[in-house]
Write a protein that binds this ligand. Structure first.
Ligand SMILES: *Cc1c(COP(=O)(O)O)cnc(C)c1O
Length: 347
């Protein structure tokens, strides 16, 4: 088989959800963020597994994503939409019973006009300046919004992956200032915010990346393995070079394996040089440039060439690969290729 195999451990994802849940009090609900196809892992399978494990609130970025998850899961659980109530989405939101997180006065007006009886939440901007009611708009609208009984009032932290960043306390203060005393349930923390401690947890937390084994949740169980078949091996002599642009030249005779995945599969070109892959527990450096469908690897350290080399797995987290590529685990996950054979465990 030519295609690389992506193995997704749904039990690990559920275990990560439980571990994140255990970090907050019993009165705090732990939701799950399954936007962008559950960070590239497969929203339908992941949402089903997490709902079966007990998650009762899911978050998506777009109404379309929510419609797909609703179709799979039936009536339960609650599905919140970060982008709120956008033009043309009223019917989809209502018929799939999605909960838009209203972001601005225009969205509030649209909701009141098109779907007045339909549940909603509110997203506030506490300094990230990306989504949510500005403090002044919130002042103007909060009476009317709160009267209709939002299911959730939330905001999002810009720097939660840096525990010492002063922005965290600043946003916490802003959120408290905007919401203390309201009766609606409140939410501020994603994965990073959960790790900042109880004062960030409020009534509901919204972890995403930590579920999928990524930083900043250092205790996460790895959730994916990527095993890439070796197509061919050869010995390259001193002075010979490998790959596009002759980017790597052998100094000594070197055994090179060519494996069957490349930047079209989300293995970013920028990860070479620097990336390593694994044969069992033995690291093997990537050499030359990463091609669209192929990566070349120095396998000189191996006694025996295995049928596959591992690009992501227990020895090599998405964040390690991301570091070689100059990016973050989130981007590696959401770039995972469509060509992979996907195997979900347990089946
Ligand atoms: C993506 C996102 C989350 C989840 O963030 P993680 O860092 O992946 O845990 C939570 N809330 C909002 C508003 C988001 O955009």
């Amino acid at each position: 088989m030519g295609a690389a195999r992506l193995t997704i451990d749904l039990d690990a994802i559920c275990a990560n959800w439980r571990a994140l849940d255990a970090l907050s009090g019993n009165d705090v609900e732990t939701a799950a963020v399954v936007k962008a196809d559950a960070y590239g892992i497969g929203a339908l399978r992941v949402a089903k597994a997490l709902a079966d494990a007990g998650a009762t609130s899911l978050f998506v970025a777009l109404a379309e994503e929510g419609v797909a998850v609703r179709g799979m899961l039936g009536n339960q659980p609650d599905i919140y939409v970060f982008s709120g109530h956008m033009d043309g989405e009223s019917d989809a939101l209502a018929s799939a019973r999605l909960i838009p997180l209203l972001n601005a006065p225009e969205q509030m007006a649209r909701h009141a006009t098109n779907t007045p009886a339909h549940p909603f939440g509110v997203q506030l901007d506490t300094g990230m300046n990306r989504l949510g009611f500005e403090p002044s708009d919130w002042n103007d609208c909060r009476g009317e919004l709160l009267e209709s009984g939002p299911l959730l009032v939330m905001s999002h932290l810009a720097c939660a992956d840096e525990p010492d960043h002063p922005m965290n306390a600043q946003q916490l203060d802003a959120f408290r200032g905007m919401t203390d005393g309201i009766s609606a349930r409140r939410s501020l923390a994603a994965t990073g915010g959960i790790l900042l401690g109880p004062e960030y947890h409020f009534d509901l937390t919204r972890p995403g990346v930590g579920l999928y084994g990524g930083q900043p949740f250092g205790e996460a169980r790895p959730a994916i393995c990527l095993d890439v078949p070796v197509i061919q091996t050869r010995t390259v002599q001193p002075g010979e070079s490998v790959g596009y642009g002759n980017a790597w030249t052998a100094a000594v005779p070197t055994k090179v394996a060519t494996i069957s995945a490349g930047y079209a599969d989300g293995l970013m070109r920028s990860a070479a040089p620097g990336a390593v892959v694994f044969a069992g527990n033995t690291p093997c450096p990537v050499i030359g440039r990463i091609s669209m469908d192929l990566v070349t690897v120095d396998v000189g350290g191996l006694q025996e060439i295995p049928a596959q080399l591992q690009v992501i797995g227990p020895n090599l987290s998405v964040d390690t690969f991301a570091e070689a590529a100059g990016t973050i685990g989130y981007e590696v996950l959401t770039s995972l290729g469509a060509r992979y054979e996907r195997v979900y465990l347990p089946q």
